[in-house]
Design a protein around this ligand. Structure first.
Ligand SMILES: Nc1ncnc2c1ncn2[C@@H]1O[C@H](COP(=O)(O)OP(=O)(O)O)[C@@H](O)[C@H]1O
Ligand SMILES: [Mg+2]
Length: 279
């Protein structure tokens, strides 16, 4: 069922709570793909009711980012949600979420300075603010986030812990195409040639992991090999970062250990893609 206003959504949630139903929540920006569907399936398994939100959150986009051209197809998304047995789709407008005069933000310090946060000032502030609003509206028992956006998952978990929020934040594994490319709505932007070059990211991540498994402990050796692989593809315009970090603090490692995270952000053409792997 499609719900467009906060008022309607809150009254549905109130009734569900009165009936003692557990609520699973999958926040998305729409243009759904198998990555989103994996989150929906996790939620369906754990909860009585599953709510998917579809909201392209303007305040998490920077000035020169892709807010205006972010892919949208609500009819297709609704069909996917029906097929997957989603109970409610919350689809508010930007005005509904941010009426005139809106002026309250939630910000997680520290964790958000690293990785993507260093290149996208204000991005995580936009994410934590909207997720906070969505949690207040939906009061979910559990919320599902993809590990593709690993830093986002950690930032949300930190917010929930620091602010004593009553929701369990669950991370779900990265879903990939057969050839390794992590699914993302932004893959839609890629031309055929760019799609080829986008493969460099997962190839480099798999190679980095393999180097560690063969005994390499020096992060710089792994990173420079990965950089070489990625830069060798013609449509790669800019490697924003390749880092090996502690999976909790996201601080760079001096010596690589099992369980560390290799994280990458790359521009392929004009499209910024991120991916990561745990080693
Ligand atoms: N390939 C994927 N595997 C697992 N989860 C994913 C994947 N892609 C996106 N997600 C998750 O779906 C949720 C909504 O992300 P969204 O921004 O709508 O999609 P995308 O990042 O693909 O553009 C986030 O929690 C994100 O981590
Ligand atoms: Mg995204």
């Amino acid at each position: 069922m499609l719900v467009k206003t906060i008022k309607d959504m809150k009254s549905i949630v109130k009734k569900l709570k009165e009936k003692g139903k557990s609520i699973g929540f999958v926040p998305t920006m729409g243009y759904l793909h198998e990555g989103h569907i994996s989150l929906i399936r996790c939620s369906k398994k754990d909860n009585d009711v599953t709510v998917v939100s579809i909201f392209v959150n303007p305040i998490q986009f920077g000035e020169n980012e892709d807010l205006d051209r972010y892919p949208r197809d609500i009819e297709r998304d609704l069909q996917i949600c029906r097929d997957e047995g989603v109970d409610f789709v919350f689809y508010p407008s930007a005005d509904e979420m941010y009426p005139d005069g809106f002026s309250t933000y939630v910000e997680v310090e520290g964790l958000t300075n690293r990785l993507c946060g260093a290149f996208r000032p204000g991005h995580f502030k936009g994410v934590t603010t909207v997720v906070n609003k969505l949690f207040n509206i939906l009061q979910p028992d559990r919320a599902y986030f993809g590990e593709k956006d690993y830093q986002q998952l950690k930032v949300i978990q930190k917010m929930v812990k620091d602010l004593n929020m009553n929701v369990e934040v669950i991370g779900c594994p990265v879903v990939r195409e057969k050839d390794g490319l992590a699914l993302s709505s932004r893959n839609k932007y890629l031309s055929e040639k760019e799609r080829e070059s986008a493969l460099s990211i997962s190839r480099a991540l798999f190679e980095g992991k393999k180097m560690f498994e063969k005994g390499e402990k020096d992060p710089q050796k792994i990173i420079s090999k990965m950089k070489k692989i990625i830069s060798s593809y013609p449509e790669v315009k800019n490697v924003q970062y390749i880092e090996i970090v502690d999976p909790e603090t996201l601080e760079p490692k001096k010596k690589v250990e099992k369980g560390d995270l290799i994280a990458v952000a790359v521009f392929v053409g004009n499209t910024r893609l991120i991916d990561n792997i745990k080693i």
